[in-house]
Design a protein around this ligand. Sequence first.
Ligand code: GLN
Length: 512
Amino acid sequence: MTDLTRLTAADLAERLRSGEVTSVEATQAHLDRIAAVDGPVHAFLHINSEEALATAADVDARRAAGEDLHELAGVPIAVKDVVVTKDQVTTAGSKILDGWIPPYDATLVEKLRAAGMPILGKTNMDEFAMGSSTEHSAYGPTRNPWDLDRIPGGSGGGSAAAVAAYEAPLAIGTDTGGSIRQPAAVTGTVGVKPTYGSVSRYGLIALASSLDQAGPCSRTVLDSALLHDVIGGHDPRDSTSLPEPAPSYADAARAGATGDLTGVRVGVVRELGGEGYQPGVRASFEASLDHLRAAGAEVVEVSCPSFSAALAAYYLILPSEASSNLAKFDGMRFGLRVEPAEGPVTAERVMAATRGAGFGPEVKRRIILGTYALSAGYYDAYYGSAQKVRTLIQRDFAAAFEAADVLVSPTAPTTAFRFGEKVDDPMAMYLNDVATIPANLAGIPGLSLPSGLSDDGLPVGFQVLAPARADERLYRVGAALETRLLAAAGGAGVLADAPELETLTDTTEAAR
Ligand code: GLN
C-alpha cells in the first residue's frame, strides 16, 4: 500500500474524495510517522491525536453520508504554536505561557476546522517567533530532517521540519521577517508569506503587529495555494484585514504548472544577492533564472538601494512593537506566575519575578531594545527614522514593480547552519533574514520554493516577491519554476535527496 505520508496534500485529497482512503487512515499514518521520527526531529510541542482522529472520523462519516465537503476535508495539518487553539495548549515556544489553554480559536483555526482538516498538533518555534533557528525555543530546538546537527530555520522551524519529515502534508507558519520562508528554504520545502492583511491575525500571539502574517507551509507550490485558499479572506475581528474576497490561488498554481511564463517580467534584485551569499546558493539561484528564461520569462535586473537599511529598520520597528505587545505577559493574566523569593508580594515585584523567569534571553534583549527605542527623546532618532526607511523601502518596491511583474532573490544567504554556530551572536542570526525582511516592511507577499541543492548537499530556497494583493503571481511563477525543476531532475523533488531519517537517528543520539 502507498505510504500515505509521502503524498502531497492535493494527491491525498484526491484519494480521500475517491474513497480510496479514509481520513482516519491518513491521520493515523501521520500520527504514526510522528511517533516514529519526532523524537529526534522535535517538530512538535504538543500532539493532539485524540482530537485529530475525532475530526477525521467526523469527516469520513459526513463523506459517507454524501455531504459536499471542502476540497481539503480530511487532510491533516500541523499548526505553529503561536496560533491559539481552543482547549489545546498554546505556548508560543515560551516558558511564560507554559500550560496555557486558550479559551478560543484563531480565525484561521476556525477556517481549518470548518474545512474539516484534522489538526495533528502544535509545532515548535523560537520563543515568541524571535529567531532564525528554533534555538530560542524554551522547549529545546527542532532538528533539520536533512541533518540532525543543523538548524531547521526559524522561527517556524517546527512547521517546516514537520512537512519536510513527512509528519504532516501541510502546516501553518507565521512570517514577521522571514519565519515561513527561511525555514522553507533550509528544509527544502515551500513556504508563503501572504500580503499583509489578507490572512486574519485574530488569534495570532502578536510579535510585531504591523509585520506579522500567517501563511502556508507545504512540499509543493499547489499545496500551499490550496491551503492559502482555506485561510485567506476578510475578517471583521482583525482591524487590518483587507476588505476584498481572496481569489483562488490554486487556479493560479495550476495555470503556472504548465511551465509557461511567456511575457512575464522577472526582476532580479541586485541588493539581494552577491556578497555574503554562499556560492552554492548563488549557483542554484542562477540555474533557476535559466529555467525561468527557458519558460519564456524576461529576466531583468532591478535595484532597490534602500534595502541596505532594511535590517536596521526592522530591528527597531520589531522590538518596539514587540515590547508593547509582550507587556501583557505580567504574571496576572496568562500562564506563569512567579512570586519574589523574598520581600513583599506586590504586583510590580510579581511581574518582575515572572518576566525574569518566564522570558528567554532573546526576548529580553528585544524588549529592552524596543523600550529604549520608544522612550521620550529617542523616538525621533530611532523609531521615527526606522519608519522613514520603511517608506523608502516601499518606494523602492513600487519602482521595481514598474519594471517587473515579480521580483526574485535567494531566500536565505546560506544553507542550514549547525547548532550553536550563531546562537550567541545576535547579528549573525539576524543576517539570515536579510532577503526576506524587506517584504514584511512593505506588506507585500513572498514565496520560497526549493531550487535544488547547494554544493554542500543541502537545499536552497528561491524567493519570489509580488506586489501587495497580487499573491496569485507567486503561485503562477512558483509553480512554473517547480515544473521546470522537476522535469530537469527527472520528476523527483528536492526532498527525494534527503536522507532517510531513520538512518540519522543514531549519529545525533551519540552527539547529544
Ligand atoms: N528571524 C526574524 C526575527 O527573528 C523573523 C521572525 C519572524 O518572522 N517571526 O525577527
